[in-house]
Design a protein around this ligand. Structure first.
Ligand SMILES: [Zn+2]
Length: 180
């Protein structure tokens, strides 16, 4: 590919040794992703990785040391972003609002409760910290982790929070380019 790719990054994926990486859906460039800072760190160049791997293959002492077991709490991106959600492939969309996004997925409020483990589709603007792009609307596949009614007190104090609080994991997403 000639010229510079503007990069549209996938949801971070986990490698076998517990690190995360993102792939650009346009040019297939791969970057390591650090959830603690919510940033891409270094580009992964497969030609050098393979060479280094071959050089180290016969020497277990040169492998990286085990990681410490204590892991700081994952960063959460506080948001106030509109989203639409529905049961995967089934009719009605509900309008909700995202409260935060983290490694474990989304926390949002909406009018409709859904059973745990339901597969859902969600449409929203993926934050630049993940996608590498501003105003990148995505169609996202996810799974309901839990749904909780908002308390009566919370609903009285903030009428817009009436309904349910939903935690959903993110499995994958595609970029929507509706204005092209
Ligand atoms: Zn790219």
């Amino acid at each position: 590919m000639l010229g510079r790719c503007s990069h549209e990054f996938s949801w971070p994926r986990r490698t076998g040794d517990g690190d995360y990486y993102q792939v650009c859906t346009l040019c297939a460039a791969e970057y390591k992703y650090d959830w603690k800072t919510m940033r891409r760190t270094e580009r992964v160049d497969h030609s050098t990785v393979e060479k280094a791997g071959a050089a180290e293959a016969g020497d277990p002492a040169r492998r990286r040391p085990p990681k410490p077991t204590w892991v700081p709490r994952a960063r959460r991106l506080a948001l106030a972003l509109p989203l639409r959600y529905r049961v995967k492939s089934l009719g009605e969309w509900y309008a909700g609002q995202i409260d935060n996004l983290s490694q474990s997925g989304l926390l949002f409020r909406g009018p409709q409760s859904l059973p745990e483990r339901t597969l859902v589709e969600m449409i929203f603007d993926m934050p630049e910290e993940i996608s590498g792009q501003r105003n990148s609307t995505v169609l996202c596949q996810g799974r309901i982790i839990r749904t909780k009614e908002t308390t009566k007190k919370a609903a009285e104090e903030a009428p817009e929070s009436k309904g349910v609080v939903v935690a959903a994991s993110i499995l994958d997403y595609i970029f929507l380019h509706s204005n092209k």
